[in-house]
Design a protein around this ligand. Sequence first.
Ligand code: SAH
Length: 482
Amino acid sequence: MPQANAKLNAFPVFMRVEGEAVAIVGGGEEALAKARLLDQSSAVLRIITNAAEAELLSFIAATGAVHIDAAYEAAHLEGATLVFAASGEEALDRRVAADARRLGIPVNAVDRPELCDFFTPALVNRAPVAIAIGTEGAGPVLAQILRSRIDRMLSPSLGALATLAASFRGAAERLPKGNGRRRFWSDFFAGAPARAVEAGELSQAHDAAVDLLVSNAPAAGHIALVGAGPGAEDLLTLRAHRLLMEADVIVYDALVPEAIVAMGRRDAERLPVGKRKGCHSKSQAEINALLVELGHAGKRVVRLKSGDPLVFGRAGEEIAALRDAGIAYEVVPGVTAAFAAAADFELPLTLRGVSSSMVFTTGHDLKGNSLPDWAKLAISGATVAVYMGRSVAAEVAGRLIEAGLSPDTAVAVVENASLGNRRRFHGTLADLPSLEARADLTGPVMTIIGDAVAGANFERSEPLAAHRHEGVASTAADGVEQ
Ligand code: SAH
């Protein structure tokens, strides 16, 4: 709520400009900035200047704006709906403002608030939806900051959704006034039609809206399997953030930091499903059942998984359960730990002439007699990212060396990749077994092996070999591995 007596000195309105002339006087960057802003509308731009700079000329050529290539005269403003004095010269801007006023046309003079009848807002454009931000000239930078915050919150497909909504207005009028109609629209904007538009499926969105119109069924549930990224909050995708803000329930794994869970809608129910050693955690079957139950109850669920949900995330099993139960779902990718670790080391995962393929693996499949395929790939030069590899580090190193990979092959290890408390280690395959005995690594650990690793930046990393003989048994070390 605004302060009790805070009044707006400029009141926002939306002006009809379709097909109307909007006059801009000026040939420099001020005029170009206004022209670009107005070009987001269907107004007919009339640019008055005999001193257009090159960039403005190419704008005019590209957009088909009307160019009056002459010294300014009041007559040039006639018939315009709005006037912008953007010449950059005070005397001329004053003249333009006075002329516009005489002609009864509202005028805006760039950077001269005292000459303005109206201010131009910072604009978030999702046509036909527009969000205009005004600060009455007090804080153009503030307006830009707000603009980009709001822009991030809104789906790029919001405009398409609003256009679809407009086409259903007539039909919705025939629904009973009050609750019935309100529920139709809230299911429309938060349910299946909105999701289909988001996925670019416009005809499916139309059908979903028709279904809503004819059925009285309660809203169907929806589960988003969302990658939370490696841990840093700002490595979350914008889509993940949006879904979190709309969620009724957030179901999350132990590796997802609280700070990310906290980014969800304030009223959302938060359900940790664990996989942290020593704490009670749900079995995969229990998690599948929970998701199905929430879906049947009509909830919008965000199932948050660390990294990418499709990389060692057991998403396949959850997808199968949801599909069997006929519950709608979608998958939102995330930054997988291998990518975060590579970034922390400035490590090129593919390196021209050195490595042109990459393997995501876990060391846990090395137990049998035959080498898994990925080991063969490693020997032929692939970069290997080992997930959950700490407790099997010796096995991984031993089997790879036995199979013919040089003990001198470079290895990079990151604990808590992407986070402030990350630790980096480097060494060779021969050093890798030392990882198993380290009691000081309590966070998740990513190991990257291969010749491309030699191209990394080891400036802020510690040698692995220094700890080769450290023999303290680990208690918590494997705790966060899944
Ligand atoms: N779906 C996740 C992986 C889950 S398996 C992803 O795509 O990243 C869990 C393993 O991922 C951990 O044992 C560890 O090897 C790795 N991991 C996850 N987050 C990590 C981080 N911040 N730093 C290093 N490794 C991480």
